[in-house]
Design a protein around this ligand. Sequence first.
Ligand SMILES: Nc1nc(=O)c2c([nH]1)NC[C@@H]1CN(c3ccc(C(=O)N[C@@H](CCC(=O)O)C(=O)O)cc3)C=[N+]21
Length: 291
Amino acid sequence: MTILDGKKTSADIKAEIAEKVKELKAQGKKTPHLAAVIVGNDGASKTYVGAKVKACELVGFDSTLIELPTETTEAELLAKIEELNNNDAIDGYIVQLPLPKHIDEHKVLLAVDATKDVDGFHPTNVGRMALELPTFLPATPYGVMELLERYKVPTSGKNVVVIGRSHIVGRPMSILMSQKRAAGDATVTVAHSRTANLKELTLKADIIVVALGVAEFLTGDMVKEGVTIIDVGITRLDDPSKKNGFRLAGDVHFESVAPKAAFITPVPGGVGPMTIAMLLKNTLLAGENRA
Ligand SMILES: Nc1nc(=O)c2c([nH]1)NC[C@@H]1CN(c3ccc(C(=O)N[C@@H](CCC(=O)O)C(=O)O)cc3)C=[N+]21
C-alpha cells in the first residue's frame, strides 16, 4: 500500500513555483499576485483562505486578503469583484465558497473576469476545460490529476467511480479522468445520492474518488483488493480530547479501506494541500498570460 502524500507533493510543487518566481524577480518582471475574497466568518473557510495566503508568501507571490462581513450585500460583493477585475496589479483571485445564502453564487462566479478566474469556476473556463482548451483547471480536481500523475498511478482503461457530482469536484473530476490526457483515459462512472446499488459499482472500481462530504462514508467492505482511493472529503468532527475541539475526517474509513488499497490519500495531508499548490500554479499561469 502506497500513501499518496499530498503534503510532500504540494511542497515539491511549491518549491518548483518558488524557483520560477525567483527567475521572474531576477529578470525584473512582475511577481504573481493572488487575491482572495471571503464573506463571513466560517471557521473552516477562514483556515483554508489563511493557508492560501501563507502559501503565497512561501513561494514569493504577492497576496491580498479581502475579508467582508456576513451582511455584505450581493451588490457590494459584485462591486468588489468589478474592482478586482479592473485592478491591473491583481493577476488572479478567488471568491471563497460557500457564500452566505442571500448571495447568488452563480451571479458572482459569472462576474469574475475569466482571465483572472484561478479557481476555474467561471462558465467560460468550465466550457474550455470540457473542450480540452487551455484554461485554469479547478484546483481540487487538478490536484488529484497531478497526484495520480506524479505517483504514476495507472488510469488508462481503468474503471473509475466518482462519488459526488458537485460543480467544483465530482463533475470536473469525471470530465478530466475521461479525457485523453495524463491521469486520464479512464472509463468513468459518476455516482450520487440517487445511484442504485452503489456498492455493486464500487466493488468493481479500480479507482474511487470520494467527494460527497460524509465523514468515513466509504468502508472496507465496499472496495476490492488493489483499489486506488482518492479521498476529497474533509469534515470537522467534534473531539473534546483535541486542543482545538475537533478532528479532521475524510469521506473514507481509512482503517478498513487502506489495507485493501494499492494507493490511498490520507486526510489530512492528501488532496487538501494539493488544492492549494494547484491554485498557486494557476496564479503563476495567470501572471504569465497577463505579461
Ligand atoms: N473558491 C473556493 N476555492 C476553493 O478551492 C475552495 C473553496 N472556495 N471553498 C472551500 C474549499 C475547501 N478547500 C480546501 C483547501 C485546502 C485544504 C487543506 O489544506 N486541508 C489540509 C488541512 C487543513 C486544516 O487543518 O483544516 C489537509 O487536508 O491536509 C482543505 C480544503 C478549498 N476550497
